[in-house]
Design a protein around this ligand. Structure first.
Ligand SMILES: *Cc1c(COP(=O)(O)O)cnc(C)c1O
Length: 558
């Protein structure tokens, strides 16, 4: 593994993210935010965009999920060894926490693209000899612990990250904050720039991911003052980050010249949350090559050479014979069904319309919405058989999320004799790849407007898996009814109470399954294949991270 010399050349964009999803073997991600960071890095490397990424090493991972027979989630630490993948660098920096110097070391991972591009990733680690025992644990658990633990992590990521990049000799033109977790980098940049906010704003880019007020990270000033004992610093946080509590998003907003939401809808909603700020939109995308199954990769390679580094070519999908498309889908489906049967012994088959739902288990994602009316589901299943595959982790402190898993387990039991449903353990990138490529229909039922973007449906589209989703996040931009998939519930501009919206959603969910989706799947395969083609040619060609990164370059980085 080579060290720093090769990656120091030229001015770079520093990309900060609390989580990064590189592979299942490096478990430093919890969900879409981390996957987006990983896809950002992969596309930047492919496109030779000069990026350096910074994150925490999280060497005890997020967690490994075990589920008992009632769907109770047990969390195990997922310890991994950075030395297997990365080089420990000799440079050390420190930050002050509670007036103690906390030393930080760094691991270097060079992400290399086949195009010759490379993105170095710096993993910060406080497990340094000489640090107070408690401080050695700061970079152990992704999103672990309480507010105090989180703020310590944010100090290490934001302030420590800027210092480390400087110590390593990186020359930086911009600092890009992926969500507010890293916004304390603004404090360090103010210190280095004579406390001139105009200079710092020139340097900073902030991407917000949270469409609701309560979702934004906030810390009591009592806690802030305890951890950051420098009075000048706390005054600066008050001045730019809110007077009653320290709001990381507000701090990032006030110190960034370029701010964006992750879909058009989300940037509108963010503008309402933060009146007076200009919030642009760069709609998320996924890394095409990473999220395309081997079966479709082979097909695209044959008919659309160059597609992986130029996903726009997928617009020419209609040039590929339907039989080849169906065969690629069939092979991906077989691989998934085999995996499901191996894991669960439930005996799913290849012919049945298979519906997938996998994402973080948290209340607003409503994983159990489709199981609201079991009689209706049985009726649908009598018209044309269905089988369902679920997966997802609930955050260890998210009681409602854990309850969702138990609810699904209970319903799996009730429906056992009639409908095959499984909940697969330990959702990670590998399982995500298999699911988004191997089902027929990708279901998404968030409560509006909580889904800022969502990206798993874009992965599905790359594999010709058809989306069936509530009109929220990216789907508002990807959806053409009956052409690219189907909508569940009201139009985005319709303002309904949550109760009325839910009624409309349930009615669409069941009616479209019964009257539209099942008849087409079982009786009009040619029309279904047209939807597969449109998913690839009208969704995947656009909702990819190559397009997204080109936008970041021209709108934010230059
Ligand atoms: C893509 C992905 C997500 C994000 O899915 P959403 O539908 O955007 O919530 C979460 N976890 C894993 C492992 C993923 O691959």
């Amino acid at each position: 593994m080579d060290g720093l010399q090769g990656v120091l050349k030229g001015q770079k964009i520093a990309y900060f993210s609390m989580e990064i999803g590189l592979s299942s073997e490096i478990p430093t991600y919890a969900g879409g935010l981390g996957i987006l960071a990983g896809d950002t890095i992969r596309s930047a490397a492919d496109l030779n965009i000069p990026l350096v990424a910074v994150t925490l090493v999280s060497n005890k991972g997020y967690f490994r999920q075990i589920l008992d027979s009632s769907g109770n989630q047990v969390e195990h630490t997922e310890e991994w060894n950075p030395a297997r993948f990365m080089t420990l660098l000799s440079e050390e920096v420190s930050v002050k926490i509670q007036n103690r110097d906390v030393k930080i070391k760094a691991w270097l991972y060079n992400y290399k693209s086949l195009t010759g591009g490379c993105v170095p990733i710096i993993f910060l680690d406080t497990d340094v000899e000489g640090n107070y025992w408690e401080d050695r644990r700061i970079t152990d658990f992704l999103y672990g612990g309480d507010q105090r633990y989180r703020l310590k992590q944010e100090i290490v990521l934001g302030i420590g990250g800027v210092r480390m990049l400087d110590a390593l000799g990186f020359k930086l033109r911009k600092y890009h904050m992926n969500e507010g977790h890293s916004s304390l980098l603004g404090l360090e940049l103010l210190r280095c720039n004579g406390t001139d906010p105009l200079k710092v704003k020139e340097l900073c880019i902030f991407t917000t991911h949270t469409p609701v007020e309560a979702g934004h990270d906030k810390f009591d000033y009592g806690l802030v003052e305890d951890l950051i004992q420098d009075k000048n610093c706390v005054d600066i946080l008050r001045r730019f980050g809110g007077t009653d509590r320290f709001n990381t998003s507000l701090f990032a907003l006030n110190l960034s010249n370029y701010v964006n939401g992750v879909t058009k809808r989300h940037s509108l909603i963010s503008s309402e949350l933060f009146p007076g700020y200009k919030i642009q939109a760069i709609t998320n995308g996924v890394h095409s090559y990473t999220w395309t199954s081997p079966y479709f990769r082979k097909l695209y390679d044959r008919y659309l050479p160059g597609w992986a580094n130029e996903p726009e070519l997928l617009v020419r999908i209609d040039g590929i014979p339907d039989t080849d498309i169906w065969e690629a889908h069939w092979n991906a489906k077989r691989a998934l069904i085999d995996e499901v049967n191996k894991r669960t012994g439930v005996g799913m088959d290849y012919e049945t319309l298979t519906i997938g739902f996998a994402r973080r288990m948290t209340a607003y994602k409503r994983a159990n919405l489709v199981l609201s009316d079991l009689e209706m589901l049985k009726k649908i299943n009598r018209l044309g058989k269905i089988q369902l595959i679920f997966a997802g982790k609930a955050h260890p402190n998210d009681g409602a999320g854990k309850q969702l898993i138990r609810d699904i387990f209970k319903n799996i039991g009730i429906l056992r004799e009639e409908i095959k449903i499984v909940f697969l353990e330990n959702y990670d990138m590998d399982l995500a790849s298999k699911m988004v490529s191997g089902v027929d229909l990708w279901l998404n039922t968030p409560t509006r407007p909580y889904e800022a973007s969502g990206t798993s449906g874009m992965k599905a589209a790359h594999n010709g898996v058809v989306n069936f989703s509530v009109l929220d996040g990216w789907w508002i931009e990807g959806w053409i009814e009956g052409v690219t998939g189907w909508a569940i519930g009201p139009q985005p501009e319709e303002k309904l109470s949550e109760e009325d919206a839910k009624a409309a959603e349930l009615s669409d969910l069941y009616n479209k399954l019964y009257y539209v989706i099942i008849p087409m799947y079982y009786n009009r395969k040619d029309e279904w294949i047209k939807l597969i083609n449109n998913s690839i040619g009208m969704i995947a060609y656009y909702f990819n991270s190559h397009r997204m990164m080109r936008r970041y370059v021209t709108h934010a980085y230059l």
